[in-house]
Design a protein around this ligand. Structure first.
Ligand SMILES: [Zn+2]
Ligand SMILES: [Zn+2]
Ligand SMILES: [Zn+2]
Length: 149
C-alpha cells in the first residue's frame, strides 16, 4: 500500500521539490493517501491511513506537514459544511456543491464561477475565493422528495 507506483505521485513530488519543499516520509504518505482516497478526506482520516502504514508518524507531525504542504500550494483544505475541513490536492482544483439534506457532494469546474467573480470584482471591488467553502443547496433527488407533501 505504501509503495504504489503512481506517475501522478512523482509529478506532485516533483512540484513539491520545485517549490523548495523536502520530500519526507510523512509528506509522501499524505500525498499518497490523498491520491488513493480520491481527495476529500479529513486530517483524522488521513492520520488513520498514514499511521496504518507508518505507526511512528505522530499526529502533530502530520498536522505540521499539512500546513507546510498547504503553504507550498500542493494541497488545500476546504469546508463542506459545519463539519471538519477536508483536504484535496491543489492541482485538481474544483468547486464543491453540497446537498444540505443528504450530504451529496458534486464537483464542478472553477470556471463556472468566472462570470460571478468578474462581476463582483468590477461592481464591488471584491475578489471571491469560491473554493474555500462549498456552495450549499439541495440536490435534484432531495428537491423532488421535499416537494412531495
Ligand atoms: Zn474536491
Ligand atoms: Zn479554512
Ligand atoms: Zn440531496
Amino acid at each position: 500500500m505504501a509503495a504504489v507506483a503512481n506517475p501522478r505521485l512523482d509529478e506532485i513530488l516533483g512540484m513539491l521539490r520545485a517549490r523548495g519543499g523536502r520530500i519526507t516520509t510523512p509528506r509522501r504518505a499524505i500525498i499518497t493517501a490523498l491520491l488513493t482516497s480520491g481527495g476529500h478526506i479529513t486530517a483524522d482520516e488521513l492520520t488513520d491511513r498514514i499511521q496504518a502504514d507508518y505507526p511512528d508518524v505522530h499526529l502533530s507531525t502530520i498536522y505540521r506537514c499539512l500546513e507546510t504542504l498547504e503553504t507550498l500550494e500542493v494541497i488545500e483544505h476546504i469546508h463542506l459544511g459545519h463539519g471538519r475541513a477536508i483536504y484535496h490536492l491543489a492541482d485538481e482544483a474544483h468547486q464543491h456543491l453540497l446537498c444540505e439534506m443528504c450530504g451529496t457532494v458534486v464537483e464542478v469546474p472553477d470556471a463556472l464561477f468566472a462570470t460571478l467573480a468578474t462581476q463582483l470584482r468590477a461592481g464591488y471591488g471584491f475578489t471571491i475565493r469560491p473554493r474555500h467553502f462549498a456552495v450549499l443547496g439541495r440536490c435534484d433527488t432531495c428537491t423532488a422528495t421535499a416537494a412531495v407533501p
